[in-house]
Design a protein around this ligand. Sequence first.
Ligand code: SAH
Ligand code: DHB
Ligand code: MG
Length: 223
Amino acid sequence: MPEPSWSSVDRYIIDTFHLSDPVLEETLRSSAAAGLPSIQVSPPQGKFLHLLVRLLGAKRVLEIGTLGGYSATWMARALPPGGKLITLELEPRHAEVARKNLERAGVGKVVDVRVGRAVETLPTLGPEGPFDLVFIDADKEGYPDYFDWAVRLARPGSALVFDNIIREGAVLDPAHPDPRVRAVRLLNERMSSDPRVSATEVQTVGGKKWDGFALAVVQRPGP
Ligand code: SAH
Ligand code: DHB
Ligand code: MG
């Protein structure tokens, strides 16, 4: 038997757990047709986010980095009646594609795509929180700032998830020339020593190669 590749194992998981459907496929197809980069989460990761929303009983979810709305669709499908997902996107074109995809997926009413730089939108979101789950998947240079905003917009017991915190192991190099890698290292330093959260990171392989995600849970106030 040939040695299985990470992608073929992902394919097996997708098939076995039925992690694709015509609506999600159409979201990927229309995003690619519009020229969006194919950097959305994988189907198993999308289902993982979906299950996190359910585990948390999340009613208010915040996403930073919409792209074509693929991860947003997975999360929105897990919301209870009255639930709401706000997703922040820099590129108007991405937002436009996402809105069409979300509408087609039947979650257009529960997902609100806000266009602009996340650092400018985040300070406006206080009245719409607190958020039960924040999924951070936009520009990596912004991760340290997004961490701080996410904690402030959350409540005790909320979860923060960051995508792409391993990047093929690049994170090991403290002098890495790529500012995105240095930003993720700064995020890790802050997140690991911040008494407001308890956090860990999990490495992953699959269709998205070798990468990983961070999970932080906001602490309940001490005595
Ligand atoms: N979460 C999506 C993938 C997001 S890709 C999914 O899994 O389906 C990252 C997105 O972040 C891109 O669409 C990019 O345009 C957006 N982005 C980059 N910089 C940003 C910023 N400063 N503010 C908001 N969005 C940004
Ligand atoms: C890139 C960004 C992502 O969020 C991702 O999941 C994969 C790749 C990128 O910018 O290359
Ligand atoms: Mg990502």
